[in-house]
Design a protein around this ligand. Structure first.
Ligand code: MIC
Ligand code: SF4
Length: 641
């Protein structure tokens, strides 16, 4: 039977289950990726599994999120990560080397392989023809131990590309157009597979920009075929042996088709505070801009940086603008320098930031109050930049650089002659900040500093439970609302008791105190609850504060899995009216949870309003066992017994 590309790769990796949409399947994972902000918890959990060495083809631990080291906390995390990597046969990428997704694409990505990463933008690997999926740290820890990854078989959307991008229109504009059409929840339960004659006109880094930001659609992942562009990319990286061509069969079937004519696209902008709040740049042109940031895992490739450099050449950054540039990798920085591009950037008055996530996760470079800030990043959630009153606008590097010169949002097509960027035949391979796995059998001591607390474990789920609704929130609540990041909170990622004090800080700073006073309780959420990052801290912190159940109108994929992993019951209201009626402070009650969960239906009684809410538990048998055991680690230990 003919297959699409997703089906081909999943079929090659299928361990259990039937590949029919909505079915639970288990797949073999070839590669894993972690970053420092999720990595410490992932490795603490991995260590409890008692495995001597990772059981993947390749596992890489990157340090890119928290590189400020404003106290001992991060430096200790990095030392712990380095020692764990050495002990268990994992590659280690030192701080300063670059951003995990860009680095992985350049150094490890292989068409046709599967990858699980403890970061929601892991689908960047889809740019090189991988099935690359973001997940919580625990799932990545299990994958490193060789345990297949379980997921619900997604539907496959064909994105049929025709035409060629016009000058000044960028890969970023392709994904912004898709976000305009589909919204931040339009991709939940789906994989986006790109095809059509337009694909050949996009380079691997351009494709990676598109698959990276597929995460903003809520998609499980996105993927491009592997073709001549892929071969050229791998050749430039001196890895041509990793190339293999991969295409869908001609008569492959899809669940849905979307068509985009690249030649009709225009420069786009995602307005505050959501990546799907899309307008055309020309319709907002003239808006005063105070800060511009170019970089992040979405737009920090050689092409992105060189076009920035060409635009800045012989120009000056506007006096009212601060322009910050972060290169995706040390290799890209060196290559841009070799081509003379760094000089133009520096002379124009840009600030060169570290090769790391930096401002994308609020690690410095926060914009001023009430300002408008252009960023080539992927997320503009409320408060994420560190300045609640600032408006973050997501744009392409072309739009960002031209606007930085003008001091106002400018359609880059007005800039003049477009200089196409030619990639070098080979990159000056820069690998000095990569530490390869040490040979098996080498004695390595794992060093754990005082900020690194053990990962807390939940208690078995109660059969009957009565407590208050501690918080009710609206639609599209992000993990940045639930467990904010930024320079003050991120250093606490290895310490759940401490970081829990900041849970829901953006929405309701009293939440942690209230949760402690009431001994836990319920959270009520709207649609797409927990969208955004893969951070399992958004489940771990509520768990630590005693939350037993989140009842929402719908959930994002990764957060739902993280809630289950840590023994918090996710339930979906059957009727929207019940969400409307249920109020913060109401007392809720359920009983006989095990038998109700086995039926996938749970009745919640609201004592305060004398109402019964009928809810659905989207959990398979294995997941019910996990909830009842108080989380995945407990359930695994039960099984091992
Ligand atoms: C993000 O972009 O939100 C992050 C920070 O990279 C997160 C991971 C984290 O919170 O550590 C993600 O995307 O998963
Ligand atoms: Fe880093 Fe931002 Fe990419 Fe997350 S989205 S991995 S914070 S650059």
């Amino acid at each position: 039977m003919s297959k699409n590309l997703v089906q081909k790769i999943l079929h090659n990796h299928l361990v259990e289950g039937k590949m029919e949409q909505g079915n639970p399947i288990k797949i073999k994972i070839d590669q894993t990726l972690t970053q420092d902000a999720t990595g410490t918890m992932a490795y603490l959990q991995f260590e409890t599994l008692g495995i001597d060495r990772v059981r993947t083809d390749v596992s890489v631990s990157y340090v890119d999120h928290n590189t400020l080291q404003s106290g001992f906390e991060n430096a200790d995390d990095h030392r712990y990560l380095q020692s764990v990597a050495a002990k268990y046969g994992i590659w280690f990428s030192k701080p300063g080397n670059g951003i995990c997704h860009q680095l992985h694409l350049e150094n490890f990505g292989i068409p046709g392989k599967t990858m699980l990463g403890s970061d929601s933008h892991t689908p960047t690997g889809g740019g090189i023809g991988m099935i690359a999926i973001g997940a919580g740290g625990l799932d990545v820890a299990l994958a490193m131990a060789g345990i297949p990854f379980e997921m619900t078989m997604p539907s496959v959307v064909k994105v049929h590309l025709t035409g060629k991008l016009p000058d000044w229109v960028s890969a970023k504009d392709v994904i912004l157009e898709l976000l305009r059409r589909k919204s931040v929840k339009g991709g939940v339960g789906k994989i986006f597979e790109y095809s059509g004659p337009g694909v050949a006109n996009l380079s691997v880094p351009q494709r990676a920009t598109i698959t990276n930001m597929g995460a903003e659609l809520g998609a499980t992942t996105s993927i491009f075929p592997s073709d001549e562009q892929t071969r050229k990319f791998l050749q430039r990286m001196e890895r041509v042996d990793d190339y293999r061509p991969l295409q869908a069969d001609d008569d492959a079937q899809y669940d849905e088709v979307v068509s985009i004519d690249l030649s009709e696209l225009e420069p786009m902008v995602a307005c505050p505070h959501s990546p799907d709040n899309i307008k055309k740049v020309k319709d907002l042109a003239g808006m005063k801009v105070n800060q511009v940031a170019i970089g992040s895992c979405t737009n920090s490739s050689y092409q992105d940086m060189m076009i920035t450099s060409k635009i800045l050449e012989k120009n000056k950054v506007h006096p009212d603008v601060n322009l910050g540039i972060s290169f995706g990798s040390k290799q890209i920085m060196e290559q841009v320098d070799e081509e003379g591009g760094l000089e133009s950037i520096i002379r124009a008055g840009a600030r060169i930031l570290e090769n790391a996530c930096g401002p994308c996760i609020g690690m410095g470079f926060s914009p001023p109050s009430d300002s408008a800030c252009l960023r080539t990043f992927n997320r503009n959630f409320y408060g994420r930049s560190g300045t609640k009153s600032a408006g973050i606008y997501l744009v392409s590097p072309e739009t960002a650089a031209v606007s930085a010169i003008h001091g106002e949002l400018t359609d880059p097509r007005e800039f003049g002659q477009y200089t196409p960027i030619q990639e070098p035949d080979t990159y000056s391979r820069s690998t000095s900040l990569f530490l390869p796995p040490v040979p098996e059998g080498t004695e390595v001591e794992v060093i754990q500093g005082p900020n690194i607390a053990p990962c807390p474990v939940n208690t078995p789920f109660p059969d009957n439970y009565r407590n208050e609704v501690l918080l009710k929130v609206e639609d599209n609540i992000t993990t940045d609302h639930i467990m904010p990041a930024g320079a003050k909170i991120l250093p606490l990622r290895s310490n759940i008791p401490k970081i829990s004090e900041h849970c829901f800080e953006v929405t309701d700073p009293q939440f942690p105190a209230r949760a402690k006073e009431k001994g836990g309780g319920f959270i009520v959420g709207g649609e797409n609850y927990g969208q955004g990052s893969s951070r399992e801290h958004a489940a771990l912190a509520p768990m630590y504060l005693g939350i037993k159940c989140v009842i929402a109108r719908s959930f994002s994929r990764i957060h739902l899995a993280n809630l289950v992993n840590f023994g918090i019951l996710p339930l979906i209201f059957d009727r929207s009216a019940d969400y409307e009626s249920c109020t913060q402070g109401d007392v809720l009650y359920f009983e006989n949870i095990e038998s109700q969960l086995r039926e996938k239906k749970v009745a919640i009684y609201n004592e305060t309003r004398d109402e019964t809410y009928h809810c659905t538990a989207l959990l398979n048998e294995g997941e019910v066992d996990i909830i009842l055991a108080g989380g995945k680690l407990n359930a695994m230990k039960e099984k091992l017994k």
